[in-house]
Design a protein around this ligand. Structure first.
Ligand code: LLP
Length: 421
């Protein structure tokens, strides 16, 4: 469910004509719907109503400050994986005691920053990281609340590159090492075990693998409690998939919540969730303009002004994103088959292969749908292209929440050595 719909033949986001935004801001740009972000945050929160639950939005999915503030206003906490993401979450007004710190490679400086602001939890992924955190905690005279991220050896996720729960993946401590590490924590001065954490992948449509992993983790919690560990939380990560096209049928938030409710029933622990994509994915689009049509012997290329540097998902994961013209074309108009490509000098710079689209000419604009998660955050300046602006729409207003940098701003951090001057 989202708030991008045709109205009077034009694609609108909420009450705003996207063509008007394109004229004001220039293409390409990301547009986010505030109503969709809020709705998704509330659908998740409602599904868990009655449970002691912290919904920690995964900042890696969309870290724009205005997006984070919108979600904070709906009660979301944050899941961060770097000092930068932690600073973003705090800047957006998310209190430190609603922020969890995940990631396999936290530096000591990042640990100190998080400890000093009073973070809710560190999700620790190795014995070496645990030792470093304890040392930093002891140095600062603080005790870090820790959940070990365990690797349940369960495969899941929409693409091999986003599957994280198998034993060969770099994520989590090996299952058989976990009990020993909890035991070791008892005598480590700077850390305290508060829970267990798991995250097995992203864009997961079926609940089966998650249920299997969560049941294993609940079993571990019970074993640890039997060994005298006093735990107060279980963190079940993120990963719920979203529909990217007609026919996709990921489990609903309600079904996901019911599964978690039944698996964690009677534990008496706070349940932490780290949803990213399910909140932001369908709340954003990338708007681009058609530059040229280029016939080739076996296909026609539609060359648009957005590139793989702006939206990397198709190049990285062969991901599908629906494409909708901003100007509606009636259903009975003939469809043409296009490869929609960008201007980047790479063959992977392709948004879709053999897409059935109405005839589109130079100057017409398209929306690349479902780009609100892992879109702008993964963008880069390859081919010396400026990062594209981000626009937040609420009702019938839009605001630029990150503007396009000038060329001067793009080269601002570079310096010429004296000997080249
Ligand atoms: N928690 C942890 C520890 C994670 O690693 C992730 C995602 C999440 C939560 C949020 O997962 P979500 O609810 O969004 O599925 N760039 C890829 C996705 C990478 C996901 C990385 N981790 C993509 O565009 O598909």
């Amino acid at each position: 469910m989202h708030h991008f719909n045709y109205r009077d033949g034009q694609l609108y986001c909420e009450g705003v004509d996207l063509q008007a935004v394109a004229e004001a801001v220039g293409t390409p740009f990301y547009a986010y719907s505030s109503a969709t972000l809020c709705r998704h945050a509330n659908v998740i929160a409602d599904a868990f109503v009655g449970m002691d639950c912290l919904i920690a939005f995964s900042v890696k999915a969309n870290g724009n400050l205005a997006v984070l503030k919108t979600l904070a206003s709906q009660g979301c906490g944050a899941d961060v994986v770097s000092g930068g993401e932690l600073e973003r979450a705090l800047r957006a007004g998310i209190p430190a005691d609603r922020i969890v710190f995940s990631g396999v490679g936290k530096t000591r400086d990042e640990m100190a920053l998080a400890l000093n602001v009073g973070i809710h939890q560190f999700n620790v992924e190795s014995a070496a990281e645990l030792a470093a955190l304890s040392a930093v905690g002891a140095e600062l005279d603080r005790v870090a609340p820790v959940a070990l991220r365990v690797n349940p050896d369960v495969a899941a996720g929409g693409h091999p590159n986003i599957s994280t729960g198998k034993s060969g993946d770099k994520f989590g401590v090996p299952w058989s090492d976990a009990a020993g590490l909890y035991e070791a924590m008892r005598s480590m001065p700077g850390v305290e075990a508060v829970g267990v954490d798991v995250h097995i992948g992203s864009q997961i449509d079926a609940l089966g693998p998650m249920k299997l992993a969560f049941e294993k983790v609940v079993g571990m919690v019970r074993d640890l409690e039997a060994q005298g560990h006093k735990l107060s939380r279980i963190d079940l990560g993120g990963g719920l998939g979203i529909p990217y096209k007609d026919g996709d049928a990921p489990a609903s938030p309600k079904a996901y919540a019911d599964m978690i409710r039944s698996v964690t029933d009677g534990l008496g622990l706070q349940v932490i969730l780290e949803p990213g994509r399910v909140i932001a994915g369908n709340a954003g689009i990338l708007v681009s303009e058609v530059l040229y049509e280029k016939p080739a012997p076996d296909r026609t290329f539609l060359i648009v002004d957005a590139g793989m540097n702006d939206l990397m998902r198709p190049a990285l994961y062969q991901a599908h994103h629906d494409i909708m013209p901003l100007q509606q074309v009636s259903e009975d108009m003939p469809r043409l088959t296009y490869d929609v490509v960008g201007p980047i000098c790479e063959s992977t710079d392709k948004f879709s292969t053999k897409a059935e689209l109405p005839q589109l000419g130079s100057g017409q604009k398209i929306a690349i749908m479902s780009a609100g998660a892992y879109g702008a955050v993964l963008a880069n300046q390859y081919n010396a292209r400026p990062l594209v602006p981000e626009v937040l729409i609420k009702d019938d207003e839009f605001d630029v929440i990150r503007r396009r940098p000038s060329f001067e701003e793009m080269v601002m951090l570079e310096e010429m050595p004296d000997w080249l001057d």
